[in-house]
Design a protein around this ligand. Sequence first.
Ligand SMILES: NC(=O)c1ccc[n+]([C@@H]2O[C@H](COP(=O)([O-])OP(=O)(O)OC[C@H]3O[C@@H](n4cnc5c(N)ncnc54)[C@H](O)[C@@H]3O)[C@@H](O)[C@H]2O)c1
Ligand SMILES: [Zn+2]
Length: 347
Amino acid sequence: MKKVHVNASCEYDVLIGKNILEDSGKLIGEIFKKGKTAIISDDKVYSIYGETVKNSLCENGFSVETFVFPNGEKSKNISTYTKILEFLAEIGLTRSDFIVALGGGVTGDMVGFAAASYLRGIKFVQIPTTFLAAIDSSVGGKTGVNLDAGKNLVGAFHQPSLVICDTDTFKTLDEKTFADGTAEAIKYGMIKEPELLEKLSGDFDIEEVVEICVKIKRDIVKVDEFEGGVRKLLNFGHTIGHAVEKCSGYSITHGHGVAIGMSIITKATEEFGICDSGMSKSLDGLLEKCGLPSKCPYTADELYKVALSDKKRSGGFITVVLPKVWGECILNTITVEKLLEYIKKGI
Ligand SMILES: NC(=O)c1ccc[n+]([C@@H]2O[C@H](COP(=O)([O-])OP(=O)(O)OC[C@H]3O[C@@H](n4cnc5c(N)ncnc54)[C@H](O)[C@@H]3O)[C@@H](O)[C@H]2O)c1
Ligand SMILES: [Zn+2]
């Protein structure tokens, strides 16, 4: 089992290994005293892994309640979030208890936000079951839900107390959901580690890739937990990616939206002469190899209209992440009108 230690406003471990779900109760028991807990999960994940985690917690002396909601991005809203809060109150969870988020990024983000706000904040454990959640959403403390107006528009920074990542759980992911994670891994390669891009273009060791990505995120979060500066690099491809997701009514998933967003912004950056020529073609080639799209089904105007509600906008300005060379991106604050130009050039 690999262990990555995160040192943010609170410290915690990210445990990465094969078949460690069975030991989740024991691992959690090492940091929490025996008492009450709630596993919150979506229906699909709970049906495959719920019993394993529940049994492990019970065997290790915890009393466990469960809350299950319908899987998918459409559930990541205020209504499900409220139901989770009412459930926590109903079972009488107190501040000395903790919650377990078992699932992908939707579960982790929403349960993390419930943990951040219930009783003004209680502890929680992330058990990511998607490649994307393992390398990105379960680490770093960004939590939240979507509003009708846009993605992740309400939320809080709230770090987990422990992350348990069993890479064997990825075996039950469909190809598309696995590829969503690869998109975020490509993002890490683009902003920090070009060798990672090479690894991703072939058969890769999943545990090794999870560890590399978590370490990159850990290092960024350590210096900029609340996204005043460098953490914005993690938004590479995301402003346009979120717009793609929103335009599709979330039928295009997060990683696929980000893939299209990375492709558009890289092509535009190349056209503006900021990055080397040829980068866009190579990136699109890698995306295709990994089963990810680069072509956008929407017009520049459609995307722009939606991108204007991005929470990273500040007045008439927005910070975009632009590739410079492989493994290095820069932050550039541009007017929203300029963003339209970027989208038009990159689409
Ligand atoms: N907080 C952050 O820093 C951060 C970073 C990146 C993405 N996100 C968010 O993460 C979300 C996307 O996460 P996601 O792609 O994990 O989506 P998800 O949680 O919706 O999971 C995708 C699908 O896979 C299913 N699933 C999950 N694990 C499974 C398994 N092991 N086997 C079979 N099926 C499984 C789920 O039921 C769901 O249908 C988005 O809402 C995005 O905004 C947050
Ligand atoms: Zn993302």
